[in-house]
Write a protein that binds this ligand. Structure first.
Ligand code: LMR
Length: 356
């Protein structure tokens, strides 16, 4: 009797053991398969039922022009390709900072990104052209610049040298200044104050020209740097200021529209060329429609952000630059153009100056 019980116990344990081992084997297999489908997205999708994974990395919040555009692009691209692509959007620097994302694109660790043009200047100094103070007076002028061969054409062409392809330009809008303890009316008000800048030499030169101290820093670090007083102020668009709560840790804002932030929507060129043509067409259609949507809605989203900032009532003052003050800011920062003639190229500088 005892021997029979023992035998049954041994059998039950053996059965359980094999079930557990089977489960383990299956989940390892599944993990391998999903890793394969994520890594091997270089092309031949027709042979697979798995969608092609497209990771899209960016740094801003979802309630901004770029955040909204990325979501719209995801929905449209999946629809227009009948689900043959799986666009995975990672906002808020979840995957990469803009400073790392260009390397990630080159290595195809991420397939799409939309860094601010200023940040592309780390690889190509010419891309800093949009950073010149008061270079672009309106969104219409930005579009004119991007559509021209001598600016947009030239900038997009050079990306190919580094395994990248420019697919579109998405607007955010114009930058405003904020500071912790005094209003910014005239150039002298900048003196001695430290301001966060994106990684762009022209932006550093802009603050140098105002006798301030530029501090390059990743976007994801700006809020805590302002909160802890590591920096005194910063420049950004209203939608970025509002969505990252910079207005809660600053006292003064000047509506200056002194510079522009827009994005280069970039992909890895080998990845892009490896896409089946029907998939590429669907993705292109989604991009075109999204680009048009950002053009039509960027300004509205920034205006809404301003209304929200006002409603929050956390700032001591919001000042709008007067024509005389604007003239003084322009005069103070004008030498920056000459300073970069060699590095950026006088052709580009003259072309952007002609739009002023
Ligand atoms: C910034 O770093 O301030 C901006 O580039 C953020 C963004 O992408 O709009």
């Amino acid at each position: 009797m005892k021997a029979r019980k023992f035998l049954i116990l041994v059998l039950v344990m053996a059965l359980l053991g094999s079930l557990v081992a089977g489960c383990g084997a299956r989940s390892e297999q599944e993990a391998d398969n999903s890793a394969e489908s994520t890594e091997d997205n270089s092309g031949d999708a027709t042979a697979k039922t798995e969608p092609i994974v497209v990771k899209f990395s960016h740094v801003v919040a979802e309630n901004t022009p770029k955040g909204q555009a990325a979501i719209m692009f995801e929905e449209k691209a999946e629809e227009y390709t009948d689900g043959k692509v799986d666009i995975q959007v990672f906002p808020n620097s979840q995957l990469y900072n803009d400073d790392d994302v260009l390397a990630a694109i080159q290595q195809n660790s991420v397939q799409m990104a939309a860094p601010a043009t200023s940040k592309v200047s780390k690889l190509f100094p010419e891309w800093t052209i949009f950073d010149f103070p008061f270079a672009l007076p309106s969104i219409e002028k930005v579009q004119q610049a991007m559509e021209s061969e001598e600016i947009g054409g030239k900038l997009f062409n050079m990306l190919k040298d580094k395994q990248m392809l420019g697919l579109a330009m998405w607007d955010n809008g114009f930058k405003q200044m904020t500071l912790d303890d005094r209003p910014l009316y005239m150039p002298k008000d900048f003196e001695g104050k430290s301001f966060r800048v994106m990684s762009s030499k022209v932006l550093e030169a802009q603050f140098d020209a105002l006798n301030a101290n530029p501090t390059p820093m990743a976007f994801s670090e700006v809020y805590s740097a302002l909160e802890q007083g590591v920096i005194d102020g910063q420049e950004n668009t209203l939608s970025n200021i509002y969505s990252k709560k910079f207005h809660e840790v600053q006292e003064y804002m000047t509506i200056s529209n002194h510079g522009y932030i827009g994005y280069a929507v970039i992909t890895n060129s080998e990845f892009w060329e490896g896409l089946p043509s029907d998939v590429r067409e669907g993705v292109e259609k989604a991009l075109d429609e999204t680009t048009q949507w950002v053009r039509d809605n960027g300004e509205r989203l920034n205006q809404e952000a301003l209304d929200n900032i006002k409603a929050d009532n956390t700032l001591t003052e919001i000042h709008e630059l007067t024509p005389d003050e604007k003239k003084a800011w322009m005069e103070a920062t004008n030498p920056v153009y000459e300073q970069f003639e060699e590095e950026v190229g006088s052709d580009l500088i003259n072309a952007i100056k002609a739009l002023r």
